[in-house]
Design a protein around this ligand. Sequence first.
Ligand code: NBY
Length: 829
Amino acid sequence: VGNPELQRRRRLMWLMDQYLKNDVLSIQKSIVDHVEYTIARSRFKFDDFEAYKATANSVRDRLIESWNDNQQFHRDMDSKRVYYLSMEFLMGRSLLNSIFNLGIKEQYAQALSELGYNLEVVVEQERDAALGNGGLGRLAACFLDSLATMNYSAWGYGIRYQYGLFRQTLQDGFQHEQPDYWLNVGNPWEIERVHVTYPISFYGKVEEKWVEGTKTFTWTPDEMVEAVAYDNPIPGYNTGNTINLRLWAAKPSGEFDLQSFNTGDYVNAILSKQRAETISNVLYPDDRTYQGKELRLKQQYFFVSASLQDIMRRFKDHHSTFDNFADKVAVQLNDTHPTIGVPELMRLLVDVEGLQWAKAWDITTKVFSITIHSVVAETLEKWSVELLQTLLPRHLQIIFKINAMFLEEVKNKIGNDYDHLARLSIIEEGEKKSVKMGSLALVASHTVNGVSKLHSELLKERVFKDFYDIFPHKFQNKTNGVTQRRWLAFCNPGLRDMLTKWLGTEAWITNLDLLTGLRQYASDPILQKEWNLVRRHNKARLATYIEAISGVKVSIDAMFDVQVKRIHQYKRQLLNVLSIIHRADCIKNMSPAEKTKVVPRVCIIGGKAAPGYEIAKKIIKLVTTVGEKINNDKDIGNLLKVVFVPDYNVSLAELIIPASDLSQHISTAGNEASGTSNMKFTMNGCLLLATLSGSNIEIQKEIGDENIFVFGAKPEEVDRLRAERRQFQPPQEFHRIIGMIRNGKFGDTEYFQELCQTVDGGNDFYLLGNDFSSYLEAQAAVDEAYVDRERWTRMSIMSTAGSGNFSIDRTTCEYAENIWGIKPCQPTS
Ligand code: NBY
């Protein structure tokens, strides 16, 4: 009571509470204030975009308030925090997410409406923050929402790319890439912290000196840039816990000015400094391959070094030694991309803070854990020793030392089996020596996890078998999840309200297991009727969009059959197209009587191809060409339409997923680490056509065999089928369809040859020929189920009802308990 500091704080809290009220009038005032003072427009005349900016700024004020309170709370508590390091955060739009999570959506809608604006229209003005490629980046974004909602102390760290993932346009059916100038219109969600900066060094040389009996290392770099912090507040749902996503931008450093500006070439000296900024310029658009590009390694080191310096600075505010660093800090590596953080933390602890190697190593190995998202070892990053030697000479030394000590240790376990040791070694010998980042991360991490049950088994049996043999205790599974806030509650408001009504509670928004309560009503005609009404409404919205972008009119009575994801051979969009051609061909050969029995379908395909991935680009062109042909075929009419939706991104997913009847997740068995859109579709009552890959298997288990269409080879058969593929004879239809493409039925004869070759007997690595028959059978089963409306609706309801396990809140809690060692904690207001 008598504590003056406490009194001062209380007063400040109270004062702030006076400022930001959430009644409609206060919100209107704050929007109009921002129109006038932030946007500098007349309050009598501002367009939808300006309305968006002003609205966003007023929401931002509210976020900052809870962000500040929350940071203060955790500072006081000195709670253990997890830092999620990721090269990618695929956030999408923030406005609706923020006002929904803050619980002020209704007030904002009314406030805007009274001012003459429509919230739905205003929301559409926002550009997606597309700082990621696909699943890995979106998972990071879902984690942030969940960590905030579940009241954990957590920060995300990443890069503030000037250019996010390219925008995809179609020109004559071919993919074209356009730069994503997302920051050009300003970004109201970020707070620039001009004073939170760290120096980041590159190149140069390392000198060794003996100081008082110990060897010390001094790295004299040749290049230095500054990392500047941009904070993005991430509000939890229905809680004051607003966490932080801190993204780093590169700025020229002032450190070297004396030397570089004494050259007589002032202008060139400036230009060369400017080049520093390119580090954070652009997101690499490849989502499966590493390319060994110097700039990418620079990006990795840049953001990881800034983040670790920042984490250590924050820790030192409270602690005078590093003894309990690992009790306060957990660092999660999102795939191998931030692995350079391992030698960087060692460098900071040993060279900068002066700790003994053994002590530093003990700390390092207690801090890091890593999630792997790939299925085969070949896609894990490797950096050439040569490049590391040039760019980060001190880190290379540290990596060598880590490796030497590690190999020494395992020799005690496995003896001098040199082949075995070579496989375990972090350094790959050979013509071009390289550092295996996966191995480095595994040696340093206390835990490594896969992203679905099957994938985690594959990591143990294949990808990291040698490591599993010596470190079995490090391996865990953490099946992915998605946030039901974005992916159900606010992308599907009709379904949200219905769920709340039938379950009699909104609690499912933070406890998704409650959806099982729906099972008892799955056959209830009233629920079924309402269910289909909502679904038709969502389909109508999508149909309007499709017509607007493509001119193709689609009927909402048709089944919406959707495959949206990055274009990859292993995801087998080609298999989908082949069956579409087959379907079209069947329809054309039918009598009018037979045609009346066909289930009309709208096949929707969307996704980006990596700019250098030629085969993937050919798949896109094939989809658009086949679509053109089928959509204009009078014999087919409305029985089949094919639409390629360009520029698939988070916002489009929010429109497409609630409107899908069937969605396809048809990678070769075992080839998808997990998949997360399958979870979103299931939650929204869409049925899956799926192979035994990743989390499909777990979805099948949760919703029941009778509510999903599964086909194709089993994961354990894939190796054998691949080995025997030269001898395999695919069914006649398969040959015929490929023949049609080859012979120019869809034009561009030359262009499609290479694509056709990929499924020639000996080449068919992804087993399209093997799975074709069973795929067609599954497709027939889909048609059969669809005409039985009662049955289909029941399956749809059972899908939603069984999706509780795929809430990322479940995933987050598992990480928190079994990996990070953190507990929820929240201010009691
Ligand atoms: O991560 C995806 C997996 O394919 C998917 O099955 C899983 O559900 C998801 C979340 O765990 N992986 C993925 O999206 N990978 C990338 O986006 C990616 C991006 C960049 C690079 C490698 C992979 N890279 O080396 O630059």
